[in-house]
Design a binder for this molecule. Sequence first.
Ligand code: WTA
Length: 654
Amino acid sequence: MAGQAEDDITSVLHESRLFKPASEFSKQAHVKSRAAYDRLCRRAEKDPEGFWGGLAEKELVWFKPWKKVLDWKPPFAKWFVGGSTNVAYNCLDRHLEGPRKNKAALIWEGEPGDSRILTYQDLHREVSQFANVLKNKGVKKGDRVAIYMPMIPELAVAMLSCARIGATHSIIFGGFSAAALRDRINDAEAKLVVTADGGHRKGGVITLKEKVDDALKDAPSVETMIVVKRTGNAVKMKKGRDFWWQDEMKGASAVCKAAALNAEHPLFILYTSGTTGKPKGVVHTTGGYLLGTTVTSKWIFDLKEEDTYWCTADIGWVTGHSYIIYGILSNGATSVMYEGVPTYPEADRLWEIVEKYRVNIFYTAPTAIRALSKLGKQWPKKHDLSSLRLLGTVGEPINPEAWMWYHTVIGGGRCPIVDTWWQTETGAIMITPLPGAIPAKPGSATLPFPGIAAEVVNKNGKKVPPNVGGYLVIKRPWPSMLRTVWRNPKRYKETYWSDIPGVYFSGDGARKDKDGYFWIMGRVDDVMNISGHRLGTMEVESALVSHSTVAESAVVGTPDEIKGTAICAFVTLELGQKPSEALRKKLKAHVTKEIGAIARPDQIRFTDNLPKTRSGKIMRRLLRDIAAGRESVGDTSTLEDYTVLAKLRHDEES
Ligand code: WTA
């Protein structure tokens, strides 16, 4: 085990398996070898502005060239200063000039089984029409539009329409409450809201318009609401304020020129909650964000003209913004979009969709992989998954066990897996294998994307030695970085640029191994201090999950008179396994064997479910409160299922 300087995070995960990309994959990949990757990195290191400027020229269409690639007044960056372009133009118009015009841009599948395919030409027409609808309702460049919708094609149309006229969108995930919606609308002072009567979920209908009505009781900035008719449930329309999407589109012209926008024009605001305090409105702009998402989509997902690509995220999260819509359509690729849950009507829905559309590239979250693996491999086995050639994950560290299941059961052992580390704030993927170039180690996000100056440092900003845990930082500005927190530059500076001198601090802990591979250890807020050793939660969780009876686990520290902090593990068992005192003992012994006595959980609590955010991240903050017997304080607006909390409180350790 590595040395333990003060402030280091002790790293205990040992994983030595290495998976090289097949040579047939490498041969056809955009980046074909480690040497090619190294060359890109060296070029970017030597001349970052030349590197990004060259890519911006090659990969994007500009209306007016920039005068300066980067204007850096720490911590405020401007990229492609003086340049003008349009994100919707790059995602749509430029593809209409050649054979892509009749290619599927979006393949959409509704939860009830209905589907729609929109070619680039179709999508361009609808976006132009809806852009005119927005204009007719008085929306101007710079105005904010709130979008609160199910995963239907109109969501894609709405966001691209905003981009087309320079309105800044703020998409609020359809699972949020009316109160959360109201706060986000008010913070951005949105002028118009786009929603739907409802959406299909788990075989039922989630009402949306109703929640917007509630939110608008106390949101004075909103003048207009546009409502897509999706589910046909009864809604009340307020005269003069509410309009049906379908009615407005009927009369709208399909001619709407894409506005020439400054490269730094705000494209969207996306709210993200930290562990405490009110959500932050992360601001992304036009040119740099588009460049970051375009280049990462191309190299990491290895997009080719004939590929069918599917990201299962909801567009309400940044993953959907960057890797269902902007980065993917900018490349002229085909993006699959699915409305519902993975287990409706049965546990094989995702695999059924892969088979139906012959999906080649599949991108999902570790939480989904763990949940689906728990249901057993008979579900994927029912389907022909041989079209898959590349898999990806995002959102959390992936436990090596889950990685192996994904690799063998879903990928048939032949597909590289890109474990992509990034954040709402980074806009685009930052640490990831390039699939044809970098051998993977299960559980590691591997190496920085070329041009991304990622490092692991201690509190003073000093690089830590290999295999010593520390803080994950980015040392140089990058094109798709957040520019500020909406109307709160002070909070931007304090949150991201103040803890560690001179660099962007991600809030994550990580270590680099001797090969320079990054191992993300989770949010540093979750770090436990056990007898003077700082332990990341992920490593103890992975040890638990590697036991054959365990499906999922979350580990937190809880105050202990003797040790300072004791380890409390919440454990969900595989189907058919029963909690028992004997199993508790076995699991404790298993962790001791895997990691050492220091990581041995003091308590193990069995539970059917763990509290998660709606994007699938385990909310360890809430578990900490439960473990310590405290009432939860702070923001729980992102929690997916409140009943989980009540149950956990009830299930005291016997
Ligand atoms: C975590 C999602 C480990 C991390 C794109 C980060 C990951 C936070 C990974 C951002 C990964 C994301 N391995 N951890 N591959 N990807 N994370 O803003 O803690 O929803 O800081 O963006 O998710 O979450 P966000």
